[in-house]
Structures are given as C-alpha cells and as structure tokens.
Design a protein around this ligand. Structure first.
Ligand SMILES: [Zn+2]
Length: 331
C-alpha cells in the first residue's frame, strides 16, 4: 500500500463530532459529487458520489446515511479504460438538492458551490475535518522515501483551490497553488509543513512514520556530505604525495640527490624512505626539527628543482589532476 493510501485509510477511521461529519462530507461532495445524473429516476434531483478507493466509499456511505432517510444505493463499476480499477458509486436517487441546501453547498442558481462553507470557516474542528475530506477526495502525498517531499490537493476550479489555500494559510501551512492541465492544485514541498498538515487533519500514525523516515534520511545525507568532503581532501593529499615522490625520483635519477642543498637532500631521502607518512610525522624525523610549514616550504623547493631539471632536459611535466590544483595542495 502506498504511503498516500495508508494516510487515507487512517483518516477514514477517525471518529467525528456531528458538526465535523458535515464539514468532511461537504469537501467530499465538492470533489466527488455530481447532481442530477440519474436517468432512471428522472435525472433531476439525484446525487452521486464516486471514488476508486473502497475505504473512502465506506466513509462516504457512513457520513451520508444519517442525512438520507430515503436510503442510499452502492454500485460497483469496473472502469473500462486505463488501470481498470473498481469505481464505487454512492447514489442518492432523490432529495439531492435538499441535502446540498442543508449543507450550504448550493448557490442561488442551484450550482454546487466551490468555497469553504460558512459553517466550516472559523471552527477549528470543522476546518480540520474539511481539509481531511478534501485530502480523502483529491489528495496525494509522496512516500517520505521518495526523492522529494510533495503533498497536494487537486481542485476543479481556481476558486476552490484559492479557498483551500486560504484555509491552509490561516493555519500557517504555507501551501502554493498552480494550474495543471485539468484544474488546479494546492501543494506543499516542505517536509516540516507536510508533517504539520498530516497532524492537522488527524493522520497521526502516518505523521510519525513520515517523521522517522525524514530523520534517517537527513542523517544519511549529512554522513554522505561528510564522507564526500573527507574523500576529496584525502584525494588531494594523496595526489600531492604522489607528485612529491615523482619529483624526488626524477631529481635522484637525473641529478643525484647529493647535488641538492643539504636541507633539501635530507627531506628528499626521508620522503623516499617513508612515502606514506604525513608531513607532521615526516617533520619529526628530520634532524633539524623543522616545522610542518618549514617542511612544506622545502618540498616546494624540491618541486621547483624538478621543474627546472625538466625544462633543461626537455622532460614533459607529469599530468595533473582534473581541477589542475595539485601543485598548490599540501597537507
Ligand atoms: Zn466541528
């Protein structure tokens, strides 16, 4: 089961107060409801709610039942195209307009309103329930393991997306709205805000799972960054050591180390003898107890000698590493 499906399953099991049941139902109807398409009963006054998620269909049925004394029908249809999922339809044959009126969901012309109703606005419990309904009907969220964090609520109209945006804004959830091919989408990209949103609509188990994965992911990224950084430094150190050895061997073969000034000759001999030592360790082996930076200076001198010999004798410079800075790096 995807993370989004887990969130939805959890949400359909939340117990609501009566005021919140209506708020959640309002959002479900706005997203999944159609008025007056039942040809069998004259077509005028019916209400259909459809969804591909069985748990949401059960939720719709439970919320709608107490408001429909004349009874409800449940149909299961098989989608013919695309994924061939089941589509569950909760059908109310008559009384659709009255029901929507009682929920403040119709405007003066009998058209389904796409705003957050007056009974919902300003009541924190009902605002949560309304957003819960909107998420159940048209929401999705990336698995926290995915490459990027993303949670969204789809809307058929700009007005509805804006209404959802205002609601999230009032609770500091920092969402944004964008236009898609079909309709509009309210979305959030910040992991922290997604966690707050999940908590706000009551998906507490999902929230904990999201938080766990996020913490582990954050630590993994930090460790990777450190390892990359260490590896880069180590590579530079190794390149510098390899270059020093090349230069010293060249001087030995072309010139003889005994031709070097005595301080340089001592460094060259010790470096050849202990190629894997750090500068600090190497400095301690030298009889004149030179400092690390003093040793560094002598190694540069050796590099200069080698360069001079190469120029004089027409020997090509050895290849440098990619960023070309090996000649400047010492440790
Ligand atoms: Zn309420």
């Amino acid at each position: 089961m995807s993370f989004a499906a887990q969130v939805k399953k959890e949400l359909t099991q939340i117990a609501n107060k009566p005021c919140c049941e209506r708020a959640e139902l309002t959002a479900l109807i706005q997203h999944c409801g159609t008025l007056g398409t039942d040809s069998e009963s004259g077509g005028a006054d019916s209400l259909h709610l459809s969804t591909e998620n069985a748990a949401i269909a059960r939720r719709m049925y439970t919320l709608l039942k107490p408001l429909c004394p004349q009874g409800l029908e449940v149909l299961v249809q098989r989608k013919m195209r695309l994924k061939k999922n089941n589509v569950y339809v909760i059908r109310m044959r008559r009384g659709g307009h009255d029901l929507l009126h009682s929920l403040d969901l119709l405007d003066g012309d009998g058209v389904l309103l796409q705003t957050v109703g007056v009974r919902v606005k300003g009541r924190s419990c009902c605002e949560r329930a309304y957003l819960r309904g909107a998420f159940l009907a048209a929401g999705s969220v990336n698995d926290p393991d995915a490459n990027s964090y993303h949670l969204e609520l789809a809307s058929k109209s700009r007005a509805h997306a804006d209404a959802l945006w205002e609601l999230t804004q009032a609770h500091d959830l920092r969402a944004k709205v964008m236009e898609r091919k079909r309709g509009f989408v309210l979305y959030m990209k910040e992991g922290e805000k997604i966690i707050e949103f999940l908590g706000f609509i009551g998906a507490h188990q999902a929230l904990l799972r999201f938080e766990d994965v996020r913490i582990v992911k954050g630590m993994r990224n930090q460790v990777n960054r450190l390892v990359n950084c260490e590896t880069a430094n180590l590579n530079k150190t190794i390149l510098a050591a390899v270059r020093q050895l090349d230069n010293i061997r060249l001087l030995d073969e072309e010139l003889g180390l005994d031709q070097l000034p005595v301080k340089l000759r001592m460094v060259a001999e010790k470096r050849l003898q202990y190629p894997e030592m750090t500068l600090h360790e190497l400095a301690q082996l030298l009889p004149d107890q030179v400092s690390k930076s003093g040793l560094n200076h002598r190694l540069r001198k050796l590099d200069e000698w080698a360069r001079k010999v190469r120029v004089e004798r027409g020997i090509p410079e050895p290849a440098q590493d990619d960023d070309g800075d090996s000649a400047r790096v010492y440790n």
